[in-house]
Design a protein around this ligand. Structure first.
Ligand code: PLP
Length: 384
């Protein structure tokens, strides 16, 4: 298989797998136990916390481990609005968020909060001016993503956070797609809450973390023992945490080298496909994007995106339409493309190609050839 769906999940780095193995065997202790086995597990958890903090320039005590990016975002959103000072306040998010943010915000809307879903431009960027205009005296919480999972477009998080703070609101960013791929510095940006997930940076699935700036108070979603400062009580997933820490340390150390590799492959695909396919167009800002992320459409052939992906799948190429989390809704227009102003028919057909650390130049050449052939085999474009 040639895997080009790294935005859905990344293959686990063998070095990460190696770092996890002892915790499935002889290192099985509970980090809360006082004896040696427990202390060993505790030190693995705390070392991982340091590695994740270091990736985003935070303090280790500002990292809370959870079981997914989705759980982290839910903890950030519900934890803050129910922390005591925000009942029925105004919340701002964007229309292009992942369901991990959109759905808890929609639930708050049903419970009596007011929520504004900011639209975006054709380039997929959340304009700071739109946020500025949407801020109200009762806006207490803003949640805007760092990088979009469908288009790969990077958002001006530092500017957006500054606007929220100028109006006295708390700022959360979903950095699940961005973390480990582009430099992140929460000390410089000032964000209050940040969601990250291990399986997008070559770590294990089912492991998330939430950065909670010192001084920001959250109400826990679940109640139990006092683990994770009482914010996420449960016996820790030590193997998952150790793997997450290792993945974060590798992503940090190899970020520049990975980004150079990915941008080179990405540009080769974009340039070759642009020359060879007449009706191709690229979705989202051309350069403000994740290093390995391409989102494209085929004018007049949008309705055939699934046929195209299935044909490529039969030849061993794994890529996706839109996002993995909406693939159960196949046949629905992408909410991200709709928010960018694309009509419902066009929004049916994004093709997402997401390269990863392990994608090779030879794989890219084979993909380009197969993709061109598969497009040629589609029914001719229909004029609209
Ligand atoms: N946010 C974004 C932008 C994502 O792409 C994803 C996963 O696709 C999530 C949140 C959810 O993360 P997890 O799969 O760890 O729950």
């Amino acid at each position: 298989m040639i895997y080009l769906d790294n935005a859905a999940t990344t293959p686990m780095d063998p070095r990460v797998r190696e770092s996890m193995l002892p915790f499935f065997g002889e290192r099985f202790g509970n980090p809360s136990s006082m004896h040696y086995a427990g202390r060993f597990a505790r030190s693995a958890v705390e070392n991982a916390r340091k590695d994740i903090a270091s990736l985003i320039v935070a303090q280790p005590e500002e990292i809370i481990f959870t079981a997914s990016g989705t759980e982290s975002a839910n903890l950030a959103i519900n934890g803050i609005v129910y922390s005591g000072k925000m009942e029925n306040c105004h919340i701002i998010t964007s229309a292009i968020e992942h369901p991990a943010v959109l759905e808890p915000c929609r639930e708050l809307l049903r419970r009596g909060f007011t929520v504004t879903f900011l639209p975006v431009g054709k380039d997929g960027i959340i304009e700071p001016e739109l946020l500025e205009n949407a801020m109200r005296p009762d806006t207490k919480f803003v949640s805007l993503m760092s990088a979009n999972n469908v288009t790969g477009v990077l958002q001006p998080v530092n500017e957006l956070c500054k606007i929220a703070h100028n109006h006295g609101a708390i700022f959360h960013t979903d950095a699940v797609q961005a973390a480990g791929k582009i430099p992140i510095n929460v000390s410089a940006s000032g964000v209050d809450l940040m969601t990250v997930s291990a399986h997008k940076l070559y770590g294990p699935q089912g492991m998330g973390a939430l950065f909670v700036r010192k001084g920001v108070t959250l109400k826990p979603l679940i109640h139990g023992g006092g683990q994770e400062r009482g914010l996420r009580p449960a016996t820790e997933n030590v193997a998952g945490i150790a793997g997450f820490g290792c993945a974060a340390a590798l992503a940090h150390k190899e970020m520049t080298q990975n980004a150079v590799h990915l941008v080179g492959l990405r540009e080769r695909i974009i340039n070759t496909l642009s020359q060879r396919i007449k009706n191709i167009y690229f979705i989202g800002d051309r350069y403000r994007r994740l290093p390995g992320h391409i989102c494209l459409g085929l004018t007049g052939q949008e309705g055939q995106a699934i046929t195209l992906l299935l044909a490529l799948d039969r030849q061993g190429f794994a890529l996706s339409s839109g996002s993995a989390c909406s693939s159960h809704n196949t046949g629905e227009p992408s909410h991200v493309l709709r928010a960018m102003g694309y009509d419902p028919v066009t929004a049916l057909g994004p093709v997402r190609i997401t390269l990863g650390r392990f994608t090779t130049s030879d794989e890219v050449d084979r993909f380009i050839a197969a993709f061109i052939k598969a497009v040629e085999a589609l029914k001719p474009a229909t004029l609209r």
